[in-house]
Design a protein around this ligand. Sequence first.
Ligand code: HEC
Length: 112
Amino acid sequence: MTPTSAFAARVRRAGWVLGLALGAAPALAQDAQALYVKALAATCANCHGTFGRGIDTGEVPALAGMPATYMVAQMQAFKKGERPATVMHQLAKGFSDEQIQQIAAYFAAQKK
Ligand code: HEC
């Protein structure tokens, strides 16, 4: 192999690796998005239980399997102060409408 063809081979290899990385990019972006929504939903776990399945005391309602439209409506009501609450009115204000939609879709998909 001449030095030139070795270089060409290296360029081809680099192109192949780059192609592989670019091919994986959409999947990675999807993973990142799923992780982001999971992280948002994880902030609810302290009170609503892991995956929103509730905690034994039963004082805080479970969120797992809650219909998304119901959750979005409640979160908006908390946010606007239309539904009285001890803590949720403050928490709900910390999320954008888009984040609330994403969180609601996440919990709707969780098993009770
Ligand atoms: C500090 C504890 C705490 C955290 C954290 C918390 N919640 Fe709550 N949540 C409550 C309590 C307590 C209630 C009952 C209403 C109230 O008093 O605020 C409630 C009620 C709700 C309700 C109404 C349920 C129903 O049956 O109508 C929804 C929906 C809800 N929370 C969603 C969430 C979401 C989504 C998160 C995370 C982004 C979250 N909560 C984080 C304590 C918490």
